[in-house]
Write a protein that binds this ligand. Structure first.
Ligand code: PMP
Length: 404
């Protein structure tokens, strides 16, 4: 086989469908967020980032940066091994305690990313619990889908956020089979939120465990940043809460929080946890500082929610269509892959505004969008600049406006 020709022809297919991914070459600078330097062949210039998952700007928070620097000075660069073989650093232990406390659980277990925490946990449960059936929401993240696949257990997909469908599917399954319901709180592309209480009620009725991905909610919802389940007083009804350290907490890594026995089980059997180098101690130290900060400070959460409300009302006033939802994610709907990419390119090249276009297969065809994520650090002038630019481009693209 001519491998090179094969790779090129597959990539050509992506180009033809308008799905070839081009990364903006950015340099985040301390204290400047949401501004970043963009590098191009012509040189470099500042852009305003509108699609970061550093939702609260904690990646630039002085206490987080100081904690990371101190840990580097104290411990050096890397962890030096897997968790089992010399890589468990005291910061990891403290971080796990901090996360267990955040979610009101006995234990927590950290992984190198949120992706790996989903993949390793669901995969291990699927492989090890005899006869397990996993009921997976149709819009679950790729890391959950891959984990369930790797678990090689029976999988039942229920319609997104559809309680009737979930109930019917639970009722149709073998009553004796062990069951697990896997879902998210805030769904990342539509920004809608799962009916967590009702799903827990169904889980109780059918004797199922619950697995909640709170990746897009931890740090941002609940009085201590414990996520939507904390806000709704439901943390104790969930068997496993999964989260990331890489979005609102501004660092990197993933975790689960659950009972002692469950975390110990995953720690002992999950290859994605066992056979990989532990996170650098500095990342763990930064995550601890970030979680502690957001446990006690509401400022970032309030400012964030205010910015989201303000952006939505400005978009409404301009007739720019955006998907209504109860979260911080603002999907501006374009509905055409080529136009979506064109708008994103012009925003970047002519207005120094960076919003990555979101196309199929991440979202269904004809629902292509700009996924805008305001942060507390976006100013009024930033908002006006963004909405003004969108207003102009909407006319140039002859896109329909929403009726305000
Ligand atoms: N779950 C969901 C719902 C996600 O959107 C993502 C990443 N975007 C992940 C898990 C993976 O988290 P991480 O980026 O920490 O790997």
């Amino acid at each position: 086989m001519d491998f090179e020709a094969f790779f090129k022809s597959e990539l050509g297919g992506l180009h033809e469908e308008g799905r070839y991914r081009v990364f903006a070459d950015l340099e985040r600078q301390q204290g400047q967020f949401p501004r970043a330097t963009r590098y191009t062949e012509a040189g470099s210039h500042d852009v305003t980032v509108w699609c970061s998952n550093d939702y609260l700007g904690m990646g630039q928070n002085p206490s987080v940066i100081a904690a990371m620097k101190e840990a580097i000075d104290h411990c050096g660069a890397g962890a030096g091994g897997t968790r089992n073989i010399s890589g468990t650093n005291h910061y990891h232990v403290l971080l796990e305690q901090e996360l267990a406390d955040l979610h009101g659980k006995e234990s927590a277990l950290i992984f190198t990313s949120g992706y790996i925490s989903n993949w390793a946990t669901l995969g291990t449960l699927g492989q090890k619990i005899p006869g397990l059936i996993i009921f997976s929401d149709a819009l679950n993240h790729a890391s959950m889908i891959e984990g369930i696949r790797y678990g090689r257990c029976e999988k039942v997909i229920w319609k997104h956020n559809d309680l009737k469908d979930l109930e019917a599917k639970l009722a149709a399954a073998d009553p004796k089979a062990p069951k697990l319901i896997a879902f998210e709180s805030v769904y990342s592309m539509d920004g809608d939120i799962a009916p967590i209480k009702e799903i827990c009620d169904l889980a109780d009725r059918f004797g199922a465990m619950t697995y909640l991905d709170e990746v897009h909610a931890v740090g941002m919802y609940g009085p201590r940043g414990g996520g939507v389940a904390e806000r709704e007083g439901l943390m104790d009804r969930l068997t496993i809460i999964e989260g990331t350290l890489g979005k609102a907490f501004g660092v990197m890594g993933g975790y689960i929080a659950a009972s002692n026995a469950l975390c110990d089980f995953i720690r002992s059997f999950a290859s994605g946890f066992i056979f990989t180098t532990a996170l650098p101690p500095s990342l763990a130290a930064g995550a601890i500082a970030s979680i502690r900060h957001l446990k006690s400070s509401q400022l970032e959460r309030f400012a964030h929610q205010e910015r989201v409300r303000r952006l939505r009302s400005m978009l409404d006033a301009s007739g720019i269509p955006h998907m209504p939802n109860p979260s911080h994610i603002v999907p501006v709907m374009v509905g055409d892959a080529a136009k979506c990419k064109w708008i994103s390119d012009i925003l970047l090249d002519n207005f120094n505004i960076y919003v990555q276009p979101i196309n199929y297969p991440t979202v269904p065809k004809k629902t292509e969008r700009l996924r805008i994520t305001p942060t507390p650090l976006h100013s009024d002038a930033d908002l006006e600049h963004l909405v003004g630019a969108l207003h102009q481009l909407w006319s140039r693209c002859a896109l329909a406006r929403a009726v305000a």
